[in-house]
Design a protein around this ligand. Structure first.
Ligand code: NAD
Length: 474
């Protein structure tokens, strides 16, 4: 007899572990199967986000930012720091400690909530049975009334620039360089390329980012992308748009690149190459015969708006299904599914999922861009406000960027808010709330914002929609 659960979650990343905790909170007997191993070979819950994604990259972004400020912008404050140096080993060690603290934290939360963890690779069999293969090859079979698939995603590998873990690396490799590479090549000016490119550039790497698309950050609002590109250029990040990598060859301790740029074929020699051209759903070896679960042409598990796969009692959430590959989207899907299983009204609003890129300045947005409004034929008006006119931003020596509010031309309902500037990652939260509550730009404009804060830029941008910003000409 297989051990029987109400819910088995396959995958312990932010979608899976959150689903497991919520299911257990709701009184369901829950297990979570996860195969991620830490440096010590032991189970490390938290998936990509905690182990090699969101959290470690933020740790390095913070360390490198401190160093960059010390060497580049402290002088304006009258702070002198000659001969500043960075010890990369200490920086990476601090990152590892933070990761360990948080993966251990999830194990503790599982204990507190009575979620049973299983260390190994999960495979869904027919009739909601789950086979778990432990790292030593040992197998056991569990059974459940409901199975939630949350197996996440893996980096896309380019056939002509295969990861070797040493010179050509993915996001995980670029978090663990033992020293600052003199020259770093990055393929893909997406979220990972920009964040990790920023880390090493701040520490002194000469960073060249090669992006296939002609437009920079095509998913962001065009004005935000333009400002960001200018600011990144000032920081020394070299971004080549409309450039396609053709070949990457490791020669000795160097990587030789050939790519087709706007002005024809180009060559570049770097010490390390980070390939960050997107991620794909990780569903290999997941589904046995007869599960009734389908995958699409990109290997993603097919689901409806409630993350139900169409097979009785089988659900799928997070990066392995459609929608943006964002930890917070996966977590909310996990909560929704756990609540639906428990007979509650689970829901997620895909129209108000915030996006954040943790560069400097930070980039964040929620809702539609101007281009999307135009394409959908929605009449709209906009208001924007620069951080350069916000006292707090200037006092912080962070005057770059702006906030732009897009509202419906007739109803004034907020359609989108786009931010590029200091703390944009935090400021976007207010805009998400406003949109979730179906707010208008007038609502944001009439809310009292503390002075002096960066949030005044959101307030002024909302006022600017109807040309009544106070601290700029309308
Ligand atoms: P991405 O989709 O953000 O960017 C990949 C970029 O690579 C795109 O701009 C694409 O045009 C370009 N590209 C693709 N093929 C190329 C080629 N052959 N040559 C040159 N350029 C090429 O993907 P990513 O940065 O790898 O991130 C993966 C996923 O992880 C994304 O879905 C992202 O949302 C998520 N993520 C999110 C965060 C965050 O929320 N801050 C951080 C890291 C990762």
């Amino acid at each position: 007899m297989s051990e029987q659960y109400d819910v088995i979650v396959i995958g312990g990343g932010p979608a899976g572990y959150v689903a497991a905790i919520r299911a257990a909170q709701l009184g369901l007997k829950t297990a979570c199967v996860d195969m991620f191993a830490g440096r010590d070979g032991k189970a490390a819950l938290g998936g990509t986000c905690l182990n090699v994604g969101c959290i470690p990259s933020k740790a390095l972004l913070d360390s490198s930012r401190q160093f960059h400020n010390l060497t580049h912008s402290f002088a304006v404050h009258g702070i002198k720091a000659d001969n500043a140096a960075i010890d990369v080993g200490t920086m990476v060690g601090r990152k590892d400690k933070i990761v360990k603290q948080f993966t251990g934290g999830i194990a503790m939360l599982f204990k507190q909530n009575k979620v049973t963890p299983f260390f190994g690779k999960g495979r869904l069999l027919a009739e909601r049975k789950v086979e778990v293969t432990a790292p030593d090859g040992g197998k056991q079979t569990l059974a459940a009334t409901n199975v939630i698939i949350a197996t996440g995603s893996v980096p896309i590998e380019l056939p002509f620039a295969k990861f070797d873990g040493e010179h050509i690396v993915d996001n995980a490799g670029a978090l663990d360089f033992s020293e600052t590479p003199k020259r770093l090549g990055v393929i893909g000016a997406g979220v990972i390329g920009l964040e990790l490119g920023s880390v090493w550039s701040r520490l002194g790497s000469k960073v060249t980012i090669i992006e296939a698309l002609p437009d920079f950050l095509a998913a962001a609002d065009a004005d935000v992308a333009k400002t960001a590109l200018r600011e990144f250029g000032k920081q020394g990040l070299k971004i080549e748009l409309g450039a396609k990598l053709q070949k990457a060859e490791v020669k000795g301790d160097e990587v030789h690149l050939i790519y087709a740029g706007k002005e024809g074929e180009k060559q570049l020699v770097v010490d390390k190459l980070l390939v960050a051209v997107g991620r794909r759903a990780y569903t290999e070896g997941l589904l046995a015969e007869g599960t009734g679960v389908r995958t699409d042409e990109r290997g993603r598990v097919e689901v409806d708006e409630h993350c139900w796969t169409g097979a009785e009692g089988v659900w799928a959430v997070g990066d392995c299904v459609r929608g943006p590959m964002l930890a917070h989207k996966g977590s909310e899907e996990g909560v929704m599914v756990a609540e639906l299983i428990a007979g509650k009204a689970g829901h997620i609003n895909m129209d108000t999922i915030p996006w954040v890129i943790y560069t400097e300045p930070e980039i964040a947005w929620v809702g539609k861009t101007e281009a999307q409004c135009k394409e959908a034929g929605i009449p709209y008006k906009t208001g924007s406000f620069p951080f350069a006119a916000i006292g707090r931003a200037v006092a912080m020596n962070e005057p770059a960027g702006f906030v732009k509010v897009i509202a419906h031309a007739e109803t004034d309902r907020i359609l989108g808010v786009h931010l590029v500037g200091a703390n944009a990652s935090e400021l976007v939260a207010e805009c998400v709330v406003a949109m979730e509550f179906k707010g208008s730009s007038e609502d944001l404009a009439r809310i009292v914002h503390a002075h002096p804060t960066l949030s005044e830029a959101v307030h002024e941008a909302a006022l600017a929609v109807d040309k009544r910003a106070i601290h700029k000409a309308n």
